[in-house]
Write a protein that binds this ligand. Sequence first.
Ligand SMILES: [Zn+2]
Length: 383
Amino acid sequence: MTDARALSRRIASLLAGERSRLAEFLVALADFDRKRGWGTLGYASLFQYLERELRLTSSAAARRMTAAALVQRFPAVVEPLRDGRVCMSVVCELSKALTPENAGQVLPRFYGLSKREAEALVAELRPVANPPRREVVTALARPAPPLRASAPAEALTAAPAPERTSPAKSERVQPDADLFSAPARPRDEVVPLDADLRRYHVTVSKAFLAKLDAAKDALSHAIPDGDTEAVLTAALDLLLEKTDRRRGLVKRPRPAPQKPSADPRHVPAAVAREVWKRDGGRCSFRLPDGSVCGSTKRLELDHIRPVALGGRSTADNLRVACWDHNSLHAEHVFGREHMDKFRKDADRSAPSTAAGGSTSGACGEGAEAAGSTRTQRQRGTGS
Ligand SMILES: [Zn+2]
């Protein structure tokens, strides 16, 4: 722990140094640009100087140029950059929103924001005029498998052409100039349009579109125009209701059973409901700085005093924890070596997955057998 604390102090000091140097770099770059130092050296522009002399990639050069221009126009940005309230990924968004008139009020609103949050704030401050409410389905082709130099010539000529998916029932296919170089599954992307509206790009399979069409048909009485957002919202509401039921969060809870379960790991629905509500559906693990983790991902009910050590499934002894903190808690209680050994044993005894699937589920169960602090309800078996 002492070692970790000392290392953490060193890392924090390095980070502070990095931020400070970045701020100094941008101030110097802005000054260099103001004096047209790049022209004196024979470069056509600051961008060319950054790309050729400093060997930055074009995107890195563009980001730094934007940041240097922002620093020139708004020197008040330098201190927040230096102390980390504003990071480089937010600077480009900031440059879209700041004006001499609004800088005093708007700059502090960007403090501590992620890039995505900054994009949303820009959309709120400068909404897109008349955002289109449209739905477009574009066919993508998976890239062809790479050709191996050692493959026989006939195999190369016989290589199948990349399959182009045919449009499903509701598709309106748009020509796509970059069709055959499109990645197999681009990441989902959310583009804020104004304070409320978002454009959502998502890559799906034909099977998904067929299901969507079937759902639109099934809901055509309630949603006659087949609005995709309305249909998906109805589906997501059902899914979230199901998750709530597993957590005991139902509108009309059943009375608690008279006879308690013989299994000490079993968490009664009424207790689960109380804990999920009390912890607000977030990981309540306390961090060293005194705040709570607050994660909403991979949540489980965690026995504070493990069942293996006599802990009981009562609201006082349970908390909502994310998978990582649940595992960390088990390591703190039983020791890392002990947990590593049981994870390895679980991995060895887990059935091999032909498709190379994850064994984390088996690992979790092994950890539980080893006296982990996890509960049955984490796997939905306790409801
Ligand atoms: Zn957590």
